[in-house]
Design a protein around this ligand. Sequence first.
Ligand code: NAX
Ligand code: ADP
Ligand code: K
Length: 500
Amino acid sequence: MAENRDLLPRDELTLLTCAEMSKSDGFAIASGVPGRDLMERAGRAVAMAVMQRHGRRPVVLLCGPGNNGGDGFVAARHLRTAGWSVRLALFGSLEALKGDAAWAASTWTGAVEPWSAGLLDGAPLVVDAIFGAGLSRKIDGEIGTAIDLVNERKLTVVAVDVPSGLHGDTGEILGRAVEAETTVTFHRAKPGHYSVEGLRRCGYLRIVDICIPDGALATIDPKTWLNAPPLWTHLLRRGDIADHKYARGHLTILAGSHATGAARLAALAGRRVGAGLVTIGAFPSTLTALQAAEPGNLIVEIDDAAMFERLLGDERRNAVLIGPGSGVTDRTRGAALAALAARRRVVLDADAITVFASDPDLLFGSIDGPTVLTPHEGEFRRLFPDLAGKADKLGRARRAAARSGATILLKGPDTVIAAPDGRAVVNIHASPALATAGSGDVLAGLIGGLMAQELTPFAAASAAAWLHGECARLFGRPGLIAEDLPALLPQALQSLSSFN
Ligand SMILES: NC(=O)C1=CN([C@@H]2O[C@H](COP(=O)(O)OP(=O)(O)OC[C@H]3O[C@@H](n4cnc5c(N)ncnc54)[C@H](O)[C@@H]3O)[C@@H](O)[C@H]2O)[C@@H](O)CC1
Ligand SMILES: Nc1ncnc2c1ncn2[C@@H]1O[C@H](COP(=O)(O)OP(=O)(O)O)[C@@H](O)[C@H]1O
Ligand SMILES: [K+]
């Protein structure tokens, strides 16, 4: 198999933090593109979005004290030139505007009004140019009142860069945030756009090119991408004439004393995604039941961790999945430690995460090879109590990956996959229908199946998360259950041909 089966960074899928975006602007300006040209393009793009997405109607621009407000002044000018009825309110004073924003305000010949609730009478379309990348504290006072009123009245809002109140990096809501119909952002999206709060508030996201030179990304060395097939589709095996099943890897899954369905779902996913063989290590009392199930699974008896360790004496068992239905037992803990010590490609999910709750450092100290942990928030809390329950999912997953030495796949509508070296991918290719028992087992099986085919943990977890979401989307009607997902994998894999 190919030597480097890692994710391929793609410029077009890069996500930039607010600081990285500001660095890009700096690069553009240093390359001879004046800052006001960037603002002109940004504001014009906002006006275009308003006109393309909405029929002509009165529009009110709410402008803040920084450059986000500057974009608003430019948009107001273009809308008025196009014949729209435009009113503009500024939070703060014209005299206090600086730099490009002061220039933008000087090109606006209409009235600059103070904020008043009356501006929203008659349900105008609202352009939210209050705060963007410069949001630095909770929104309250007059601006808070204005945002609350816009939201309460359910006015149609086009937001500039981010809905004001949404933090572009962490996806946190600082006090409150605008609920937008469309958000127009510039150059590249930010992680916050794809956080749960961002997905709720951005509406349709339009990413506009404002002519920042290509070289800008190279100077930033970005570390975050939106998950999509161009990152990893080249790593998926195509059939080779010399193939044999061992060439496609052998995934071994540890089942428990009950809930054998979890291991079966994972095994189906592992085989469908291309592992050459999948073995289920069965507890003695479940042996017969598992042997009577899917005929393509190999079943071996595993009483305890020592037996599992002996099983790994076969070098061809290159990937191991422990956790789905494995049980929170010494057998599970011992098997996980044996797989890590044997430097196999290891996926630890569910019970194999929970079993280390009393001693996470034992787990972290044992991770020295390609490893993925796939916690949901509850399981994450057990291993990383100090990082749990806060905003900034991306930052939390990154810190967990650095601390544990494993790739962390932190689940949810905005699944984050973070590698120990600081790289991260955000996956929003999903469906709420995945919130069904057993769907996580399928995901774990997909990761294990791809690791068996020697994808790196980061690439395997990214590809698996996308394929998992694609299966749910392909189902395309209500009533999805976990069993449906593996059956849809062939179609999901086939759909990747359009990305080649
Ligand atoms: N140079 C660039 O990077 C470009 C930036 N552009 C726009 O510029 C924006 C960033 O501009 P800025 O850095 O000036 O930042 P913002 O315009 O987002 O806001 C900064 C101002 O808001 C104040 N502020 C922050 N949080 C507050 C709160 N909760 N309550 C009250 N005041 C608060 C700050 O003290 C500062 O005065 C981007 O979002 C984008 O819209 C575009 O013009 C394109 C080019
Ligand atoms: N609202 C949602 N939108 C998108 N994906 C979701 C949502 N809720 C759950 N999922 C996905 O479904 C899977 C559920 O996994 P998990 O909680 O481990 O379930 P189980 O253990 O029952 O199999 C995860 O991949 C998660 O990201
Ligand atoms: K905004």
